[in-house]
Design a protein around this ligand. Structure first.
Ligand code: GLY
Length: 380
């Protein structure tokens, strides 16, 4: 393998071993899955659909796993499955209320990945349609992309959306129309002003006055409480600012990605590189969120590509420490059960989807392993 991350012999053996395990398990899951859109397994098996709604934000991740596996193995069955998912979620684009800021999470790993790998004209149109819907959520006075659709949330934006702006950079490149990228950059600047705190931790939610753009509040989100430190939010921020740097070359994004990465690394290092669900929650009970670790690992690998040669290894070795520690403590390689990475948590204050396997945890774990092996491709 091409050792672009300068891994040790022992690390190479480990990554290759994990790749073999992923291949074995995903191969069988792929067969078993039929036309399901997986989210969280119940009693070891994915039910028909992740959530009741076709527009649920995680519905693109199985397609993303399929494209990553297609890219790594060249096996057609993965491509077929990915195309099926793309067709299945397509009706969401025809509505309005179903689509929110997470259009990137839904259509980057499906239609846009398809277009990047196969040059499909239909997939490109779907991706551009999604980018238009995402752009339509832009508030030009507050300079942010609106998050959810509920009444009263007109002024709300969230950290997660930094992972959706790559859809807009892609759309600008494809159409040669700078407006999409302008929206993405303005949103990222606003996120930088209101979301990132002095010490490198982040707010999840920010509410501005949608008419005047003035700051209103930064309420509690999926973490423990207002002012706490939801670990997946910190992970979205590491990866999100690194990606926004990739597409803009704005050094302020690179600097802030580093600052948030240092905060994240320091917090996981004191817990054996296993990410707590919230870095500022009470000591007991201990809740983990593996999805934060998997996404942060991908973000740290992305960040390592943009820094000087003496800085890279901090991010690479921290990503590997997180992945290895999570593999040891959280991975389920039993092929009879769906889901690889256990201990994923959707939010702090709800027990039913806390410390369970979640599809995006598997997605980012697989993305990180394939990236270390040089077998995957950049979906974001
Ligand atoms: N984007 C929603 C979440 O991270 O839960």
């Amino acid at each position: 393998m091409e050792n672009r991350y300068l891994l040790s012999e022992k690390q190479i053996v480990w990554v290759q071993d994990i790749y073999e395990k992923i291949k074995e398990k995903i191969d069988i899951e792929c067969e078993r899955m039929g036309e399901k859109i997986p989210y969280v397994p119940v009693n070891g098996r994915y039910p028909d659909m992740g959530e009741t709604s076709l527009s649920w934000w995680t519905n693109g991740f199985w397609g993303g796993i399929m494209w990553q596996m297609y890219c790594a193995t060249g096996e057609e069955k993965y491509k077929e499955k990915a195309l099926m998912i793309e067709d299945k979620i397509n009706p969401v684009l025809k509505g309005f209320v179903g689509v929110d800021h997470d259009a990137g999470f839904m259509w980057l790993p499906t239609a846009v990945a398809n277009y990047r790998l196969t040059n499909s004209k239909k997939a490109k149109e779907r991706g551009l349609h999604a980018a238009n819907l995402l752009s339509g959520r832009y508030n030009p006075v507050g300079k942010f992309i609106r998050a959810w659709n509920q009444e009263g949330q007109e002024g709300v934006f969230i950290i997660d959306c930094l992972m959706n702006t790559p859809l807009l950079y892609w759309a600008s490149k494809e159409t040669k129309d700078p407006r999409f990228a302008q929206i993405a950059k303005n949103h990222t600047d606003t996120a930088l002003s209101y979301i990132v705190r002095e010490d490198g931790s982040c707010n999840h939610i920010v509410q501005l006055n949608p008419t005047t753009g003035e700051f209103v509040d930064s309420p509690a989100g999926q973490g423990y409480e207002k002012g706490s430190s939801w670990s997946r939010g910190q992970a979205w921020a590491i990866y999100g600012f690194s990606l926004n740097y990739r597409y803009t070359n704005d050094n302020t994004y690179l600097d802030v990605a580093k600052k948030i990465a240092h905060y994240f690394i320091a917090n996981v290092a004191i817990h054996n590189y296993l990410p707590l669900l919230d870095f500022r929650a009470p000591k007991e009970p201990v809740y983990y969120d593996s999805t934060a670790g998997a996404c942060a690992a991908c973000g740290l690998l992305e960040l390592s590509k943009h820094v000087g040669k003496y800085e890279k290894q901090l991010y690479i070795q921290s990503a590997i420490s997180i992945l290895q520690s999570m593999e040891k403590s959280f991975c389920n390689w039993n092929i009879e059960e769906d889901g690889i990475l256990g201990y994923g948590s959707a939010r702090y204050n709800r027990a039913d989807d806390r410390e369970v396997p979640i599809i995006y945890g598997d997605y980012f774990f697989i993305e990180a392993i394939l990236e270390l092996l040089g077998k995957g491709f950049l979906i974001w």
